[in-house]
Design a binder for this molecule. Structure first.
Ligand SMILES: *Cc1c(COP(=O)(O)O)cnc(C)c1O
Length: 360
């Protein structure tokens, strides 16, 4: 068997120990005589799995009791609509900070339902930085402020949590979920699709402060009502059972390596290897503001589209796959999520150095 180093932005690598465990439990989950894929979501054995997944999420991310943890379907993109439908119902206004494509999509979706306002944007500089925001940048009457914490396509991330005063702060954390400790109490809601850092596609985890629930528009579809999902412990209908189970295994793995503090150290060490190389390279360049560099998605270019294509092709042949940048921006992107081992980044950098030498 030979496995590649997969730098995909998502779906992306999972820890090998998690995949091995899933394989070992595939046909007979803990003596139940069934695969987790086959069992009723209402069964006692599955109830144990989803409860354990939630307990681990709470423990690993240090989620206070006044927050609900929801295991939903529909991907992160479904939440772009669910958020205004659930929360844009006080003043009917919301503030959005545009730092890339996903926050822009979320903003456009919110415009369908109410008065969404662009509070700040880094679009004029091709989303290469994160705006420095103060309380006065936000509308104190807004129902919420929305940010995308880590910008998967551009490779930027917030290194601070904006002060929004009494207005609840909502964040899309799809591509940095569980990559480092996060102070959940600073947010009204955080959410993310699982397929970047916490499991397979099909699962979206929403963590929401309980007192914000119950104010949705009356025409909010039941399947998009966070209150309904919370009241039914994410079991209003069939949840994404198998993805939740893998997420549980990922959480056990995170715990086993020392939790999010240890994860952060690992992620910082990995990113440093790559950014240090880029800063010293004569061929490759990272184009985002240094202070705002993502630990998870590292973007780079040679400045020559043909050479970029050659690099992506030769890298894939050498076992470093999915390094092509997002179709909208070109260049390269190495997504180095939690499951990417240090060694994978080290070897990538060796390959890049060799490529640089051969193409000088
Ligand atoms: C991938 C991604 C999305 C879209 O996720 P889907 O699950 O495909 O809808 C949204 N936001 C961010 C930050 C992402 O990285």
């Amino acid at each position: 068997m030979s496995r590649v180093y997969n730098f995909s932005a998502g779906p992306s690598m999972l820890p090998e120990s998690v995949l091995n465990r899933a394989a070992a439990e595939m046909l007979d989950y803990k003596g139940s005589g069934q695969s987790v894929m086959e069992m009723s979501h209402r069964s006692k054995v599955y109830d144990g799995i989803i409860k354990e997944a939630e307990a681990l999420f709470r423990e690993v991310l240090n989620i206070p009791d006044n927050y609900k943890v929801l295991f939903l379907q529909g991907g992160a993109s479904t939440q772009f609509a669910a958020i205004p439908l659930n929360f844009m119902n006080g003043s009917g206004k919301a503030d959005y900070v545009l730092t890339g494509q996903f926050s822009t999509k979320a903003y456009k979706e919110a415009c369908k339902y109410g008065e969404a306002r662009v509070a700040a944007s880094s679009k004029e500089d091709t989303f290469s930085y994160i705006p420095r925001l103060e309380k006065s940048d936000f509308d104190s009457e807004a129902d919420y402020v929305y940010i995308c914490f880590n910008n998967t396509i551009y490779g930027t991330t917030y290194k601070y949590i904006p002060d929004t005063g009494d207005v609840p702060l909502f964040a899309d954390v799809s591509s940095c979920f569980l990559s480092e400790p996060m102070d959940v109490t600073k947010f009204g809601l955080i959410y993310g699709g699982a397929q970047k850092n916490i499991g397979p596609a099909g699962l979206t985890v929403v963590i929401v402060r309980e007192d914000l629930l119950g104010n949705e528009r009356d025409y909010t579809p039941s399947m998009l009502s966070y209150k309904l999902m919370a009241d039914n412990d994410s079991m209003y209908n069939t949840p994404p059972c198998y993805s939740i189970y893998i997420c549980k295994l990922v959480l056990e793995w995170i715990k086993s390596i020392g939790g999010l503090e240890a994860m952060k150290e690992r992620n910082e060490a990995k990113a440093k290897v790559l950014y240090d190389f880029l800063d010293n390279s004569k061929l490759f360049k990272n184009g985002v503001k240094k202070e705002d560099r993502s630990l998870m998605n590292v973007t780079f270019v040679t400045g020559n589209a043909d050479l970029d294509a050659k690099f992506v092709k030769e890298a894939a042949e050498a076992g470093f796959v999915n390094l092509k940048g997002h179709r909208s921006v070109g260049g390269m992107r190495a997504s180095i999520y939690n499951a990417m081992p240090y060694e994978g980044v080290e070897k990538l950098v060796e390959f890049m150095a060799e490529f640089e030498k051969n193409n000088a």
